[in-house]
Write a protein that binds this ligand. Structure first.
Ligand SMILES: [Zn+2]
Ligand SMILES: [Zn+2]
Length: 52
């Protein structure tokens, strides 16, 4: 339960706003896809390191 506030996208490390499952619309759409890096474009996200 410790990570219940984390974005539901497995590659994303962002913290969604209260009451939301994902930090962005991109994560909400992609949360069931586990093979791709996060592309939420949040600078603090550790899941988007493949991007430039
Ligand atoms: Zn992210
Ligand atoms: Zn996210």
């Amino acid at each position: 339960m410790n990570q219940s506030k984390k974005c539901k996208h497995p590659a994303c490390s962002c913290m969604p706003s209260d009451g939301k499952d994902c930090c962005s619309e991109w994560c909400k759409d992609a949360k069931n896809v586990t093979e791709i890096a996060c592309q939420c474009q949040h600078p603090q996200c550790a899941g988007g390191k493949l991007k430039a």
